[in-house]
Design a protein around this ligand. Structure first.
Ligand code: NI
Ligand code: MN
Length: 218
């Protein structure tokens, strides 16, 4: 599987299928691609309905026919717009087109449902944990134990999410072999330091600092 960071919290997983997570592209000053440039997509996964996460999700689903996956209230809102959706919530795992999505806890707010979640997406035998927006929590230890992700994408902005120090604690709890800092430097209010995060993690895990548009092979 290849993983492309599209900037902020937006990921594109490229394997036997194409999966987008939190595709905030329009209005994202760090977006690596435009929403319109995405012609093919099988699934869009959304962690919560803040604009910097739900972003272009509905439009991309309408245009490409991708299935929309989120927790109950947001999936319902998508269905009301005529989009095919998978409803689920924390603790559940759904499978659609050979892709498995498990929903895990996050500590954050949201509009619909009032909350936010993290997700573990499994495709082609590889598991990607996207933390959404969240603080650090002991639940991350369980997420690591129960889903054994191969890589974690963690928000490190230090204002709406974990500081680099706390994100390093998340890596320790998850016991994840690789992690990538995201959700920083998009706007002046969320300037943070991926290098500091890497320093705090030390030799606990491989930290990969990406630039928007970069791809890694998992
Ligand atoms: Ni948020
Ligand atoms: Mn956010």
């Amino acid at each position: 599987m290849e993983i492309k960071w599209l900037g902020h919290s937006a990921l594109m997983l490229i394997g036997s299928k194409i999966v987008l997570i939190d595709p905030f592209l329009t209005g994202n000053p760090k977006a690596a691609v435009t929403a319109e440039s995405i012609k093919k997509c099988d699934m869009v996964v959304v962690t919560h309905d803040h604009g910097d996460h739900i972003g272009d999700a509905y439009d991309i689903c309408k245009r490409t026919g991708a299935v929309f996956v989120s927790f109950f209230e947001i999936a319902l809102a998508a269905e009301e717009k005529g989009i095919t959706a998978e409803q689920m919530s924390v603790g559940g795992t759904i499978e659609n087109s050979g892709i498995k999505v498990s929903m895990v806890p996050a500590f954050h707010s949201g509009g619909l449902g009032g909350t936010a979640v993290g997700v573990v997406v499994e495709m082609d035998g590889k598991k990607v944990y996207h933390a959404g927006d969240t603080g650090v929590s002991m639940e991350m230890q369980l997420t690591g134990e129960l889903y054994e992700p191969d890589i974690a994408f963690l928000p490190i902005d230090g204002r709406f999410n974990m500081t680099p120090r706390l994100a390093a604690k998340a890596v320790e709890l998850l016991k994840v072999p690789k992690a990538v800092p995201i959700h920083y430097d998009t706007f002046p209010a969320i300037i943070s330091s991926p290098e500091e995060f890497k320093k705090f993690v030390g030799n606990m895990s491989e930290i990969i600092i990406m630039n928007p548009g970069d791809k890694i092979e998992l």
